[in-house]
Design a protein around this ligand. Structure first.
Ligand code: GDP
Ligand code: MN
Length: 397
């Protein structure tokens, strides 16, 4: 999960990394109020989960309240590189003397952490890396090593921070590392890490994070209750959100045949089989979703899955493809029947079982005499049948 800049700044501030005061606002009224609290001049910054906002006109300086509202009214309706602006950050404007770039990210190849940094900030790091590759340092933090203040100082010197900035840079590097680790991040980037202050007053000069980009590792969400505060209410698919609450791996695909299976590979093949059948039958019927119920496909999991898939109004039929392993197909069959009892307005289901207790599972389904339950011997037949049922149901409307 990628965070917005205003959220990333919160995580940096929690670690004691200096970052200018900022307030998130979503309309002119909120902007005016926020700007008055921040003071003038202030910067109005588009909040989108994509970089290069500055070049796209998404970062603007405002000199007073009217100007702040004007700039916000320009930025709020923008779409930057395909991302709709969710709101603006109204932040203290700082006098920038110099710009550094620092990021920490996971390096999957060397199984440790990459610190990418340059003292030659100012332009985009990609451009610097191209024109002056020697200016961009790539350093490492060992996965199991200690990264302490001494190591951070050595790193700050190696990156090329100006002598006067080394001590503060080391503190910031150390805190970025804590921010990275404690939040299970995959990326913590500060660009620019700016030297700000009055050029004629040495004592006023200091480093601070003017922009921040943080990505969190979704696999660690279970141990970070606080991430709920980052949930983007506007941009969530309601079916995907519900599936997530049940711990299911679901992707909404917007076709007509709901697909439920155990194991990502099996579900992917099922999607292909349904698409193929839809094409062959000339109906253009497509899969409505990807839903992997995983290894322990219990009755409760099956019930929750069916409930979510069938609540999608575009779904006309459901293809259930289960390979019985740890969980027997008998259990899955019971789960299906229990779920159908609870769901009003159930839709036709085609079931294909294989593996552990497949025959017993199919027998239970057959014995139920539920008109909505169809069984198939092979995956191909099940795909054909569910595509046909979906096309039929579509015509009936
Ligand atoms: P990005 O383009 O999406 O990376 O957005 P940034 O937050 O990095 O802003 C782009 C540029 O605007 C920065 O590189 C700075 O040069 C400039 N900028 C951002 N905040 C301030 C500020 O408070 N004062 C000044 N003078 N410039 C700023
Ligand atoms: Mn930036």
């Amino acid at each position: 999960m990628d965070l917005y800049e205003y959220q990333a700044r919160e995580l940096l501030a929690e670690q004691g990394i200096p970052t200018p005061e900022g307030i998130y606002a979503q309309n002119s009224h909120e902007v005016a109020e926020a700007a008055d609290r921040i003071g003038y001049p202030c910067v109005i910054k588009a909040q989108v989960k994509i970089g290069h906002r500055g070049q796209a006109g998404g970062v603007k300086l405002a000199k007073d309240r009217d100007d702040a509202v004007l700039k916000a009214e320009e930025i709020l309706p923008m779409t930057i590189h395909g991302h709709k602006v969710s709101g603006v950050l109204v932040a203290e404007a700082k006098n920038v003397l110099h710009e550094y770039y620092v990021s920490i990210s996971v390096d999957r190849a060397s199984r440790d952490f990459d610190v990418l940094a340059t003292a030659n900030g100012g332009t985009e790091v990609e451009a610097i890396a191209k024109e002056h590759p020697e200016a961009v340092k790539r350093l490492h933090i060992e996965a199991l090593g200690d990264f302490d203040i001494e190591a951070a100082r050595a790193m700050a010197r190696e990156i090329g921070f100006y002598h006067a900035d080394v001590e503060q840079a080391a503190q910031i590097l150390l805190r970025m590392w804590r921010c990275f680790k404690e939040n299970d991040a995959t990326l913590v980037e500060i660009n620019p890490l700016a030297k700000i202050g009055d050029p004629d007053d040495e004592a006023s000069k200091t480093l601070c994070a003017l922009d921040a980009k943080i990505s969190l590792d979704d696999n660690a969400a279970f141990r970070h209750d606080g991430w709920k505060r980052f949930a983007d209410a506007r941009s969530g698919d309601p079916f995907e959100l519900r599936a997530k609450e049940h711990g299911l791996h679901y992707v909404h695909l917007h076709g007509e045949v709901g697909v439920i299976g155990n194991g990502a590979g099996l579900v992917m093949s099922s999607l292909d089989a349904v698409s193929g059948a839809g094409e062959e039958q000339g109906t253009g019927v497509k899969p409505a979703n990807f839903l992997d119920i995983g290894g322990g496909a219990s009755a409760e999991v099956m019930a929750a899955s069916l409930e979510i898939v069938m609540s999608d109004p575009q779904v006309r039929s459901v293809f259930i493809n289960v390979y019985g392993g740890i969980t027997s197909c008998e259990q899955v069959a019971k789960g299906i029947l229990e779920a159908l009892d609870q769901i009003a307005g159930a839709k036709p289901i085609v079931v294909r079982f294989d593996g552990n207790a497949a025959a017993e599972g199919l027998a239970i389904l057959a014995a139920s005499h539920n008109p909505n339950v169809h069984v198939a011997d092979t995956m191909e037949q099940a795909a054909q049948e569910s595509a046909r049922l979906a096309a039929e149901a579509k015509e009936d409307r």
